[in-house]
Ligand binder design. Structure first.
Ligand code: NAD
Ligand code: MG
Length: 399
């Protein structure tokens, strides 16, 4: 078997590390061509020593300098810096598979480079897809890329949808896609209880260990809003085709209901190495290092409706999906609001307020080019920053 060359964008993150864990289990199948990260030099150094990539790219130039000094004794890895270098490794001729695992809008351009170059594109970075929408899907189609969802829910949907219809399930056979949600660490809490939660509480997810940003998104239910939009783009459907089901155990990763009454689900322990291994090997399967699911130990599974009164982010996303450019604006505002919350500049329930205000401020058409997507993202960030500044100066006056 020919060894396939893998690029991991966002290699030092939670998904990046899980990807490298699966890759390293199958050295006969996968080699590491390049790893990229923002500025975590220590983690990148140890990943390079362990996985021997041809290239290591740091977004931050100073971090790249530091890394190349640290790796001076090893001639295997060339260190590069900046976004253009990330795009370059993502589209390199020798590369077969690109894992898009940078967090946020920052991952868009390298993911698009892989799409344009026709790679097998494993998509964890949902923010890139929901912000760029049509532009992203066009790049995949024009480049002839194979787009495989890594988000556990979308990976489950992909596995449950009829073969060859994964990109167009709204034949009469598929009635509904059921998108499961854990409900996050604050499931069952009231709006009042939520007002003074801390970043530590928000990041302590009951089932999954993830990066900080997606952990907060899971706590606000914005993650489910982003995933609703993600599913619409991936499977060419509308929000009306998808229902959100809260399932606190996170064992069922999503379901597809058919017109004959059949409901297919994908189950497994909450471990991202399962969807990652599926994406790497599809249509084959490889060992992911994941413990087998023990139904006797699990005992029961529960289901409830999402509480959009206490968690308005899901409703905001449902509305934004129907507005041209709405998800790009929502995503930008959410990224800034979550960062402000993590820095303790705003409260947990301010996050949805900032997003709602930003959505009210910015109007646009559906962006048709990457430039238009970037412009809209810029405008939304500017507006969100103003709303955050206003809120923080108000609260200083008050308290
Ligand atoms: P993380 O914060 O753990 O890692 C983020 C990675 O991106 C790091 O390697 C970091 O160096 C890099 N990065 C951050 N900012 C960057 C920038 N400006 N330029 C270049 N690189 C940058 O995040 P994560 O939890 O691994 O999530 C990554 C993506 O996968 C997110 O979009 C998230 O929504 C999605 N996702 C994650 C999980 C999960 O279980 N962690 C599940 C589903 C989807
Ligand atoms: Mg998910």
């Amino acid at each position: 078997m020919m060894q396939q060359q893998v690029v991991v964008l966002g290699a030092t993150g939670s998904i990046g590390e899980s990807t490298l864990d699966v890759v390293a289990r199958h050295p006969e199948r996968y080699g590491v061509y390049a790893l990229t990260a923002n500025r975590s030099v220590d983690s990148m150094e140890s990943l390079c020593r362990r996985h021997h990539p041809k290239f290591a790219v740091m977004m931050d130039a100073e971090s790249a300098d530091m890394l190349s000094q640290r790796l001076a004794d090893s001639c295997e890895t060339r260190v590069l810096a900046g976004e253009a270098a990330m795009e370059e490794v993502a589209r390199a001729d020798d590369v077969d598979i690109v894992m898009a695992a940078i967090v946020g809008f920052a991952g868009l351009k390298p993911a698009l480079a892989a799409a344009h170059a026709g790679k097998r594109l494993l998509l964890a970075n949902k923010e890139a897809l929901v912000s760029a929408g049509r532009v992203f899907m066009d790049a995949v189609a024009q480049g002839g890329a194979t787009l495989l969802p890594i988000d556990s829910e979308h990976n489950a949907m992909f596995q449950c949808l009829p073969a060859n219809q994964q990109a167009r399930p709204q034949t009469r056979a598929v009635e509904k896609i059921l998108l499961t949600a854990s409900g996050g660490p604050f499931r069952g809490w009231t709006r009042e209880q939520l007002s003074d939660v801390t970043p530590e509480q928000a990041c302590a997810h009951p089932n999954w260990s993830m990066g900080q940003k997606i952990s907060v998104d899971s706590a606000t239910l914005m993650n489910k809003g982003l995933e609703l939009a993600e599913a619409c783009w991936l499977f060419d459907c509308t929000p009306g085709d998808i229902e959100v089901v809260v399932h606190p155990q996170s064992i069922i990763h999503s379901l597809v209901r058919y017109c004959d009454g059949s409901v297919l689900a994908q189950l497994g322990n909450p471990d991202m190495r399962t969807p990652i291994a599926y994406g790497l090997a599809w249509p084959e399967r490889v060992d992911a290092g994941v413990a087998p699911l023990d139904l006797f130990e699990l005992g029961r599974m529960d289901f409830e409706r999402p509480d959009t009164a206490a968690f308005p982010c899901l409703r905001l996303a449902q509305e934004a999906i129907t507005q041209p450019g709405g998800m790009c604006v929502l995503n930008a505002a959410n990224e800034l609001a979550v960062a402000a919350f993590l820095e303790r500049a705003i409260g947990f329930t301010d996050i949805d307020q900032i997003i709602e205000k930003t959505l009210e401020t910015i109007t646009s058409g559906e962006p048709q080019t990457l430039g238009a997507v970037e412009d809209l993202d810029d405008r939304a960030r500017l507006a969100a920053r103003e709303h955050i500044a206003r809120l923080t100066s108000d609260s200083q006056v008050v308290g």
